[in-house]
Design a protein around this ligand. Structure first.
Ligand SMILES: NCc1[nH]cc(CCC(=O)O)c1CC(=O)O
Length: 309
């Protein structure tokens, strides 16, 4: 008999994702174990009105949940892989990476017009430099403005008329059951996804062998390997999800094919590359090296300087 506490943020998307993991895990644990969902209110959730970077960045949500794991207040934590920093605290690990859902981004526009048909100067809401850069590379005549908040808040801002369109991850839309709100799924060619987008990370204590064993059964090997290539690529630039970097890998036969982009937020420069290979980390490292040779370092230094001002 064991009660396993599963922690997550309290946003609707986070709760749906966690319930999904609990459901799958239920079939893979001893019958007398009980799984309990714990919705955690993090400081990040309480101070949504301040610029997140001023209070420690997006990693703040994650850090508080990780502390709860280390303190044994919870036994498992479910996160969007895309929000996870490169390094985990000592003692924690991903017990499972779950099967990736559709990794692409999508456009929700009030007029129902697609990205290519939006009128000149139309305002697209996104706070992601990756999305901003790729939108402007494709349509330099559009305006991009930041939008914060959870999915419900962002959708409300669109409907209130603050933006003509917003860009969101299709995986999140599907989990919310919002497919009918989507105007267009953006192709990989136009909008290469974020590293880890569409996959969930189930985090636990490294020495909790019972849990590690159960999680192994819901791990998806293909997602684990492709995401590993993407994350190695991203972290070679010493940057997190706030940099204009995209990376997406698939398994083709028994090889990993990784595509990556490093862009200037203006969209004027988008460095692109592709690598194939059997070893995920090596593929990630080599693609990062290719893009460094094309000038990625200098480009990102410019972005970082812009942030400090
Ligand atoms: N940036 C926030 C975030 N983190 C994870 C998702 C949902 C999709 C996923 O799990 O990759 C979203 C929403 C979005 O970007 O539209």
């Amino acid at each position: 008999m064991r009660t396993v506490t599963v922690g997550t943020r309290r946003s609707q998307l986070a709760v749906i994702q966690t319930e999904w993991v609990i459901q799958r895990l239920q079939k893979n644990i001893p019958e007398d174990w009980k799984l309990e969902l714990e919705k955690m209110i993090t400081r990040g959730d309480q101070i949504l009105h301040v610029t997140l970077s001023k209070v420690g960045g997006k990693g703040l949500f994650v850090k508080e949940i990780e502390q709860a794991l280390l303190d044994e207040r919870i036994d498992l934590a479910v996160h969007s892989m895309k929000d996870m920093p490169g390094e985990q605290p000592e003692g924690l690990t991903f017990g499972a990476v779950t099967l990736r859902e559709d990794p692409r981004d999508c456009l929700l526009s009030r007029s129902g017009l697609k990205l290519e048909d939006l009128p000149e100067n139309a305002i697209v809401g996104t706070s992601s430099l990756r999305r901003q850069a790729q939108i402007l590379a494709f349509r330099p005549d559009l305006k991009v403005e930041p939008v914060r908040g959870n999915l419900n808040t962002r959708y409300k801002k669109l409907m209130d008329g603050q933006f003509d369109a917003i860009v969101l991850a299709y995986a999140g839309i599907q989990r919310m059951g919002w497919e009918d709100k989507v105007t267009q799924i953006l192709s990989e060619e136009v909008m290469l996804p974020a590293v880890g987008q569409g996959a969930l990370a189930v985090q636990c204590r490294f020495n909790d062998h019972e849990i590690m064993e159960a999680l192994q059964r819901i791990n998806d090997l293909e997602t684990e390997q492709t995401v590993s290539a993407e994350r190695t690529f991203l972290h070679a630039f010493e940057g997190g999800c706030h940099l204009p970097i995209a990376g997406y890998a698939v398994l083709v036969e028994d090889e990993i094919r990784l595509r990556g982009r490093v862009a200037h937020p203006s969209g004027r420069t988008v460095l692109k590359g592709e690598r194939k290979g059997k070893n995920p980390e090596e593929v990630g490292r080599l693609l990062a090296k290719d893009l460094m040779e094309k000038g990625a370092r200098k480009l990102l230094d410019e972005v970082r300087e812009g942030e400090e001002q």
